[in-house]
Design a binder for this molecule. Structure first.
Ligand code: SF4
Ligand code: SF4
Length: 480
């Protein structure tokens, strides 16, 4: 399809593999080029089924787009179309439709050249040619679903997204994957206030064109389950619903009178939230120990191509905002278990989920006051004295700083349920209840404030960060 005419060369050439030379005259729209492109298009469509009405790729298919741009004629092919396998499961995330395949071999080359796992091959020749799994192989590597993104047609589709929603109904919000601290750039694609899928956004400085499978589907765990929509306070019979005013007053007075304090922030909280959380905890107790939730795991060779060993996309940014007492997360948990704290404020993490949960529950029992801010009534929340319903990554605006120090922007794709508040709003209201005067309300205003206080963020703002992020220390905006 990239054929071009070059003066003094008798045959058309492929543009993608032709070196430009001095004095070369290239024609990209000559009558000869246009007619040959049309012929190539017709040839590509000879065996292609008329599947568009039931094909998941319809609406974002290169074959459809190229047909409209370069062909736009009825088929002259009267013979029987070649048949191929339909709905062959290639792996847990990918399904293959052989009749739609145009044999571009992108999928095969991705698995040979990027993941080096080589699960797919081209079988046979001529019109018998087809894409196939090697005998005994399953397309099940940690980056497997990227073949769906690079398949230009509907031959490889995402088993999870298949038949969920037609792509032209999707709204697309640029954001950052909350799966780990690589900070892959994503498009959050949503319909009727629910996330339908993540797609990668190209950013050569971070994830190139790719997403890992774990990150691609992590929104189910991070957004699912029954949402908390009202604050709760502990009374004799257990947790009961209350108003925001009563809950926030109880948090300030409970933490103030609890003695030594621990604050644990999720690594999925934004820089803006971390900045406010650090301010609030220091206001309530200047000696409070603050840490970001952080745990590492072993990565396989293929995961190491993209994935970071944590599940805390903003652990670095939150620490830079002051949520760090230099002891680390594990030592803080040990002090909590040893009963060294009177009060604790846990944001966005179920601390019982990581281990056997009994030790954490015993540790919570030693606290005189526990506040939990989360989107669900987790086991940690059930142990709290006050529970504050908040928002997840897809409902908020803010920034993450990835493991390598790139500051990137999150945007709100969904509307939070009525009754839950943005984490930033909760912290601002608590700061005010604690006697601090604040001059900001939006995430952008909070970022402005933090960029004046945190030296490494000086000169940055949302415009400078843009859609592709900015590396700390690379200059940013003029601080003046
Ligand atoms: S990427 Fe899609 S169209 Fe290309 S060879 Fe693979 S399955 Fe076929
Ligand atoms: S590597 Fe990390 S940031 Fe990238 S898609 Fe996977 S989980 Fe998300």
């Amino acid at each position: 399809m990239c054929l071009i005419e070059i003066e003094k060369m008798p045959k058309l050439q492929i543009a993608c593999n032709t070196q430009v030379t001095e004095g070369m005259t290239v024609l990209t729209q000559s009558p000869k080029v246009i007619s040959v492109r049309k012929a190539v298009m017709e040839f590509l469509l000879i065996n292609h089924p008329i599947d568009c009405p039931i094909c998941d790729q319809a609406g974002e298919c290169w074959l459809q787009d190229y047909y409209m741009k370069h062909d736009l004629q009825d088929s002259r092919f009267k013979e029987r179309k070649e048949r191929d396998r339909k709905r062959e499961i290639f792996g847990p995330n990918v399904v293959f439709d052989g009749e739609r395949c145009i044999k571009c071999t992108r999928c095969v080359r991705f698995l040979d050249e990027i993941t080096h796992t080589g699960e797919l091959t081209v079988d046979n020749r001529s019109d018998d040619s087809t894409i196939a799994l090697f005998p005994g192989a399953v397309l099940d590597n940690p980056l497997s679903a990227n073949v769906v993104d690079i398949c230009p047609v509907g031959a490889l589709t995402d088993r999870d997204f298949r038949f969920k929603v037609r792509v032209w109904y999707l709204q697309k919000t640029p954001s950052i994957c909350p799966g780990c601290s690589t900070g892959c750039n994503i498009s959050v694609e949503h319909y009727q206030n629910r996330i339908a899928r993540f797609k990668p956004r190209i950013n050569e400085a971070v994830n190139s064109h790719w997403l890992c499978d774990e990150g691609r589907y992590c929104f189910y765990d991070l957004t699912g389950g029954e949402r908390l929509t009202t604050p709760m306070i502990r009374q004799e019979g257990g947790l009961v619903p209350t108003t925001w005013e009563i809950a926030l007053r109880a948090v300030v007075s409970g933490l103030r009178s609890a003695g030594s304090l621990a604050g644990i922030l999720s690594g999925r909280n934004t820089n803006e939230e971390a900045f406010l959380f650090a301010k609030l905890m220091k206001k309530l107790s200047p000696a409070a120990d603050l840490e970001v939730f952080y745990q590492e795991r072993e990565l396989t060779e293929v995961e190491q191509i993209l994935v970071s060993p944590d599940r805390s996309p903003n652990f670095r940014g939150a620490a830079e905002m002051g949520v760090s007492s230099n002891g680390g997360f594990e030592p803080l948990m040990q002090k909590l278990a040893a009963g060294n704290y009177g009060g604790a404020y846990v944001v966005g993490e179920d601390l019982t989920a990581a281990n056997d949960n009994q030790s954490e529950l015993r540790a919570f029992g030693k606290l005189s006051f526990l506040v939990v801010q989360d989107i669900r009534l987790t086991e940690t929340a059930k142990a709290a004295h006050v529970v504050l319903p908040s928002t997840h990554f897809g409902e908020k605006e803010g920034t993450y700083t990835n493991r390598k120090g790139r500051v990137q922007k999150l945007n709100a794709a969904l509307v939070a349920p009525e009754g839950a508040l943005q984490d930033c709003e909760i912290f601002i209201r608590l700061l005010e209840a604690a006697g601090e005067r604040t001059s900001y309300s939006t995430a952008e205003e909070i970022f402005q404030a933090l960029s004046q206080e945190i030296p490494s963020y000086r000169g940055l703002n949302y415009d400078v960060i843009g859609d592709q992020g900015i590396q700390l220390g690379s200059g940013g905006a003029d601080p003046s």
